[in-house]
Design a protein. Structure first.
Length: 98
């Protein structure tokens, strides 16, 4: 398990360690999650890593924007633990989570 306080370090860690899954908040200091997602998609080392958005931005337009940006799924806070487990299991199994 790796953790980063901001998108810049998170991207660096993802490039160095190539995790199986990235959980990313949308509201990050320095660079928002949508921009960070675009950076990850444009790097060969990270473009195939599934990324799940986690955000307090729960309006339908926010979810739609996140999914359109390429996130594998978009979970809203407060997290439903059962939903979280389901999404993580499905993403790691390579299944579509919609």
């Amino acid at each position: 398990l790796l953790s980063a306080p901001d998108a810049k370090l998170g991207i660096e860690l993802a490039q160095a360690h190539r995790p199986d899954l990235i959980l990313m908040d949308i509201n990050l200091p320095g660079m928002d999650g949508i921009t960070a997602m675009k950076v990850l998609q444009n790097k060969p080392e990270t473009q195939d890593i599934p990324v799940v958005a986690i955000s307090a931005n729960a309006m339908p337009r926010d979810v739609k924007k996140g999914l359109a940006a390429g996130f594998s799924d978009y979970l809203t806070k407060p997290l439903d633990v059962k939903e979280f487990h389901r999404v993580v299991a499905e993403v790691l199994a390579g299944e579509k989570t919609e």
